[in-house]
Design a protein around this ligand. Structure first.
Ligand code: CA
Length: 231
């Protein structure tokens, strides 16, 4: 018998196909600083703050942190480029999965480090998440890979850890979920080898959100069937 009561979904790369935009804008932004960035860096470091990412790349290239002026200049360029990017589409079958969970009385939450002001409206319009079900960058002191964002979601849900499932696409996101003591399903929707996700000890791994949705819906249907025969 499945005892799921809540699912915690990461946003970029899980609910929205937005990682290509992040890859493009990080690469272009560092290009303007005459730093050549391996595009996979956007995926390896997904979930870090802008400051964290800039300092990491500066340390690797120049052996020092970026100054406040450099961080400001680089991050505002990244933000400007993001605004010019095409709107990220929903990931395949994810709306179906979220709706199906709710239909079965399982709560769905979004847990993201993003601070975009338009986020709340968009998540409501496109996925039906209200404010109470969104943990975003403004709600946390420490972002992923710290467990704090998932601990907040757990607290809000009122569930026990063993009743909750996290869905993540990023290595640092998996690390955050596991540090919070939660079951974590990884979907490898980016450009990294599976080993990046398995090394962070994800509990299950799928190659796409379609595969994930088919699997979860199948389990819920089996559960309904066994409920019926037990009666
Ligand atoms: Ca993500």
């Amino acid at each position: 018998m499945i005892k799921w009561r809540a699912f915690f979904f990461d946003m970029d790369g899980v609910l929205y196909d937005s990682m290509p935009n992040h890859e493009y804008t990080w690469t272009k932004t560092f290009e303007a600083e005459e730093i050549l960035l391996d595009p996979r860096e956007a995926y390896i470091n997904e979930g870090r703050t802008g400051r964290g990412m800039i300092n990491l790349i500066f340390n690797r290239n120049f052996g020092r942190d970026a100054s406040e002026d450099e961080i400001e200049r680089i991050y505002s360029r990244k933000t400007r480029l993001m605004r010019e990017c095409p709107v990220a589409p929903l990931m395949p079958r994810m709306k179906q999965l979220v709706d199906y969970l709710r239909l079965h009385g399982i709560a769905a939450y979004v847990v993201t480090g993003s601070k975009q002001p338009s986020l709340i409206d968009k998540l409501w319009r496109e996925y039906g998440f209200d404010k109470e079900h969104i943990v975003c960058g403004a709600d946390v002191k420490r972002g992923k890979p710290d467990p704090e964002p998932y601990q907040i979601a757990l607290q809000r849900s009122g569930c026990r850890p063993q009743e909750c499932v996290v869905v993540e696409n990023a290595p640092l996101g998996v690390r955050a979920a596991k540090a919070a003591g939660l079951y974590c399903i990884a979907v490898n929707t980016g450009k990294l080898d599976n080993s990046y996700l398995t090394e962070e000890h994800c509990d299950e791994l799928y190659a796409s959100t379609t595969e994930l949705t088919v699997r979860i819906i199948g389990l819920l249907n089996d559960n309904l069937a066994s409920d019926f025969t037990e009666r």
